[in-house]
Write a protein that binds this ligand. Sequence first.
Ligand code: HPA
Length: 311
Amino acid sequence: MKKTKLISALILAAFVCFIFTSCGQTEKDMEPKSAEYDLQNIADSIETAEGFEPQIGIVLGSGLHPIADEVEVVQVIPYDEIPVFPDSTVAGHEGRYILGYLEGVPVILMDGRVHYYEGYTMEEVVTPVRIMAKMGVKTVILTNASGSMREELAPGDLVCINDHISSFIPNPLIGQNDDELGERFVDMSEAYDPHLRSIAHEAARELGMELKDGVYMQVTGPTYETPAEARAYASFGADIVGMSTVCETIALRHMGVNVLGISCVTNYCPNVVREGTSHEEVQEMADKAGGGMVKLVRLTVKKIGEERAAE
Ligand code: HPA
């Protein structure tokens, strides 16, 4: 009797294992994830004004939104007109692309991004930058707000991101590789283009502004750091921390797009100042420092455009 029970239990266990292993992975899972929303088709279906060939994409982080007023607008495309776009209205943001000319350079502004902490998958989070690349931009300027883990990077400072640490977020390239987008294994030795960084520094010098350098680390959020976390991240080699950008850089480098990252430090992390951080404080500082960031990005775009025109 005991033996029969044991055999039945073993058969049941084997059956359960079979169900788990065979049902867990469907054929769909084995496809390159991006194939289910053919990005090239979507990009091709977006009817851009005739003759408009965007050169530079600019992702507007906190503080940079006023740059939209400085663009000679050709076209506005709300994200909800684009199939497969993450529904950014869920997060209370109106997302849209603004196509137009900044300093005579054809640009696409990404006005509104979604974040991993809002509950989107990493693939959804990077879809808007991937579409921008498919629309033809070869250079993208990513901007953001960040907390500083170094005393010498103070609230209000602008930082040119010279490297990043991605290890605390899911990599957006996990899953079968979409060869249409890029190679399986992506070099990250110069994720932030050295030449673009030198142009941004030249622009800052001309404007008489200080532009510092630093390593940015993306965390999932939405919590701000504890003192121990901030100490740990600083000891890993990160200077500033935020909840965006790195995943976008990875997706763009996968597609061979050159990236420049500019961060506005909005607060000290609690390893430097133990006062605590609020969203209001972050927003307020980003708005305050935004004017400088707009000037810097504008002149950087002008210089990149001049260089392209001379090629
Ligand atoms: N931590 C994470 N993200 C942030 C911060 C911060 O202190 N400030 C602005 N974005």
